[in-house]
Design a protein around this ligand. Structure first.
Ligand code: OXD
Ligand code: MN
Length: 585
C-alpha cells in the first residue's frame, strides 16, 4: 500500500530507506496523539524528562550531547554546481562529492532505529506564499519539535499531493560525533542532508535550512525575499495596526522585540507578534510588500527571559514547551540565568549537581532553547494565519554594537537601504559555535543563512524596487550602545516602542529628522522621550554620529563589499561611495 499519491515522494522515501536501513518507517500525521506517543517514548528512554507538571504542565526537558548545543557554521555547506554561485559567504562543496561524502555516513545509520517521514508546510496551509517540505529523520525529538514549529502532518501532505513539489530534507543524529557532522544544502536540487547533530538549527530542517537557505535561493528566482526577520504589528490608541519586519543576528533580541510590552507611558498602544525569526516577503498587487511567518512556533533563547524582560515569552513557555539544556530547581522547575523567579538551581544543563547559583554554573547553557507554540503568546496575532500575509511599512536592520551605530537612522531610499543592510555588523553570540563577542559583518543578519552568493543577493534586494512601487521605509537601529564602563546608554525593551513609532512616523512623513551622511537621524524633539528616564548626554550620544568613526566604518564596509569581486552590483558600489563622499565633505 502506498503512503502517498505523490510518486516522487514515495520513490524518494524508498531510496532513503534503502540507504539508511531503518527498522521501521512511520509516516507522521501531525496529530496530538502522535505527539504524546513520541513524548511518552522519549520519557521512557530518557531523551526527555518531565518537569514539574503542576507549575509547567506538559513541559519537558531535553539534555543534548554537551558537544551539540548550537549551529555549526563551519560544517554548514552550500553545494551548488559552481563555487561562485555559493559565494565567498558560504562554505562550498561540489554536489556529487558532497552527496558521496554524506551518503557514506547515512549508509545503514538508521539500523535499529525508526525512520520518521515528516511532511510540513512553512506558512499557513492555505497561503500561496507558503512552501512545503518533507523531513526524514531518525530523531523523535526532531519530530516533536517540528510538530510545534511547523504545520506538520496530514494537512501538509495533502498540500504536497495537490501541488506536487516539496523540499527534500534527510536528517540523522548519527553518532553525534562533531567530526562527523555536516549540514549540506543543495539549492539547485531543493534538498538538504544533515548528519550528526540534533540541535534545532542543524536538525529542524524546516527552519534555517529550508525557510532561509533553500528558500532564499528559491525566492531569488521567483522574485520574493526569504529573510531572518521578525514580524510585528503595532497598534496605536486609535486602533490602527501597522506592520514592521526587523532583521537582527541570532540571539540579539528578535523574540523580545516581536513580543514587546509597551511601557507605562504608552497606554493604549499594543504590539502583536506575527513571527520572531523568519519572514517571507512578496510584492502584492498594490505594490506593497506582504509578509508571512513560515513558522508556527518559537525556538527561542531561554536565558534572560523573565517577566520583566519578556513577559509574553515567559507566559508562552509555561505550558506545552520543550526546554533544551536548561537547569532544574529542587521543585523540578526549569531554571535559567535571568529567570528572576527567586528560585535556586540544583542541577545544571549537563545534569550535574549545583549547590548554589554559581557553583558548577551556568545552570542553563547560554544557547539553551525553548520550543513553544506561537499561539500561547499572549500577544499572538491571528494575522499570522492570514494567507495573504501582512503589509510591511518598515524594515529595520539592527546589530549588537557597543560603539558607532546610533539608536536609529533612516536610509535615504531603497538602494541606500540595501547598503545599510549589506553593511550590517554585529558582535557574535552563543547561537553558533565559536568565539562570542567579536564584531563580524552580517549583512541583513543573513551571513549564516543565505543559500547563494551574497553579491547576487544584494542585487536581488536592489531589484525589488523594480517589482514593487510602494516599498517599506528602511531603518537601522542599535539597542546596544554602551559607554566606556560598559553601561548601556538606552534602556531598551519596552522603550524600543518609541523608536518603532519614530520609524512609522517617518514613513508617514510626520517626524522630523536631521540629514547626515549615513542617513536621517531623529531630531531630539521628534523622538518621544516623555517620561523616559535617560540622561541628556546619553540621549545626545545615541542620536549623533562620529564622522571619523563612520569614515573608518565605511572604509571597512567598502572593503568587505569589494571582497565579492566583480559580481558586486555596481549600484551598491555607488551607494557606499556616495556615503564616503558625504562623510568626507
Ligand atoms: C536561531 C538562530 O535559532 O538564529 O534562530 O540561531
Ligand atoms: Mn534566528
Amino acid at each position: 500500500m502506498s503512503n502517498t499519491s505523490n510518486t516522487a515522494l514515495e520513490q524518494w522515501i524508498k531510496e532513503v530507506a534503502e540507504l539508511t536501513k531503518p527498522d521501521r518507517i512511520v509516516w507522521c500525521n501531525g496529530s496530538q496523539d502522535e505527539y504524546q506517543g513520541l513524548v511518552d517514548e522519549m520519557l521512557a528512554n530518557g531523551t526527555l524528562s518531565k518537569l514539574n507538571q503542576d507549575d509547567y504542565p506538559n513541559c519537558y526537558l531535553h539534555r543534548s550531547d554537551p558537544r551539540d548545543v548550537a549551529r555549526v557554521e563551519g560544517a554548514t555547506m552550500i553545494c551548488t554546481k559552481t563555487e561562485i554561485d555559493a559565494g565567498p559567504n558560504n562554505i562550498w562543496m561540489e554536489p556529487t562529492a558532497a552527496h558521496e561524502k554524506i551518503d557514506a555516513m547515512f549508509d545503514g545509520c538508521m539500523q535499529g532505529r525508526t525512520m520518521y517521514v515528516v511532511p510540513y508546510c512553512m506558512g499557513p496551509i492555505a497561503s500561496p506564499l507558503s512552501r512545503c517540505g518533507v523531513e526524514v529523520t531518525d530523531s523523535p525529538y526532531v519530530v516533536a519539535n517540528m510538530k510545534i514549529m511547523t504545520r506538520m502532518g496530514q494537512s501538509a501532505l495533502n498540500r504536497i499531493e495537490k501541488e506536487g513539489n516539496f523540499v527534500k530534507g534527510l536528517h540523522s543524529t548519527g553518532e553525534l560525533d562533531p567530526d562527523r557532522r555536516f549540514i549540506m544544502h543543495f539549492p539547485e536540487e531543493l534538498s538538504i542532508k544533515s548528519y550528526g547533530s540534533g540541535y534545532g538549527g542543524n536538525a529542524l530542517l524546516g527552519k534555517k535550512c529550508h525557510a532561509l537557505r533553500i528558500a532564499s535561493y528559491q525566492a531569488r528566482s521567483e522574485g520574493w525575499l526569504a529573510e531572518h526577520m521578525l514580524i510585528l504589528g503595532l497598534t496605536n490608541p486609535e486602533g490602527v495596526t501597522r506592520y514592521v519586519a526587523a532583521a537582527f543576528p541570532s540571539a540579539c533580541g528578535k523574540t523580545n522585540l516581536a513580543m514587546l510590552v509597551p511601557p507605562e507611558s504608552h497606554k493604549g498602544w499594543k504590539v502583536s507578534t506575527i513571527g520572531d525569526d523568519i519572514a517571507w516577503l512578496q510584492p502584492g498587487k498594490d505594490g506593497k510588500l506582504y509578509a508571512i511567518n513560515p513558522e508556527a512556533g518559537f525556538f527561542g533563547v531561554v536565558p534572560g527571559t523573565s517577566p520583566k524582560t519578556n513577559y509574553n515569552a515567559y507566559k508562552s513557555i509555561e505550558q506545552d514547551t520543550i526546554f533544551t539544556n536548561v537547569g532544574v530547581t529542587a521543585d523540578n522547575n526549569p531554571y535559567w540565568e535571568g529567570k528572576e523567579s527567586g528560585e535556586t538551581p540544583v542541577i545544571n544543563w549537563k545534569g550535574e549537581p549545583m549547590t548554589s547559583e554559581t557553583d558548577n554554573g551556568p545552570a542553563a547553557h547560554p544557547n539553551s532553547r525553548f520550543t513553544a507554540h506561537a499561539t500561547y503568546n499572549p500577544v499572538y496575532s491571528p494575522e499570522s494565519e492570514n494567507p495573504g500575509g501582512v503589509p510591511i511599512d518598515a524594515i529595520i536592520f539592527g546589530g549588537r554594537r557597543r560603539e558607532l551605530a546610533p539608536l536609529i537612522y533612516e536610509a535615504k531610499d531603497w538602494a541606500h537601504g540595501v547598503l545599510v543592510g549589506a553593511g550590517m555588523a554585529s558582535e557574535t553570540t552563543a547561537a553558533a559555535t565559536g568565539q562570542v563577542g567579536v564584531v563580524r559583518r552580517d549583512p541583513m543578519a543573513m551571513k549564516p543563512f543565505c543559500g547563494y552568493n551574497f553579491a547576487d543577493y544584494f542585487g536581488h534586494w536592489l531589484s525589488m524596487s523594480e517589482k514593487s512601487d510602494n516599498l517599506p521605509g528602511v531603518f537601522h537601529v542599535n539597542w546596544f550602545r554602551r559607554d566606556e564602563d560598559g553601561r548601556f546608554l538606552w534602556p531598551g525593551f519596552g522603550e524600543n516602542l518609541r523608536v518603532l513609532r519614530w520609524a512609522l512616523d517617518r514613513v508617514d512623513g510626520k517626524a522630523d529628522a536631521v540629514e547626515t551622511a549615513i542617513g536621517y537621524l531623529p531630531t531630539a524633539e521628534s523622538l518621544d522621550t516623555n517620561d523616559l528616564d535617560i540622561a541628556a548626554d546619553d540621549l545626545e550620544a545615541i542620536l549623533s554620529i562620529d564622522k571619523n568613526q563612520w569614515a573608518a566604518e565605511m572604509q571597512a564596509v567598502g572593503e568587505y563589499l569589494e571582497s565579492y569581486g566583480e559580481r558586486l552590483p555596481a549600484a551598491l558600489r555607488d551607494e557606499y561611495k556616495k556615503v564616503q563622499a558625504a562623510l568626507a565633505a
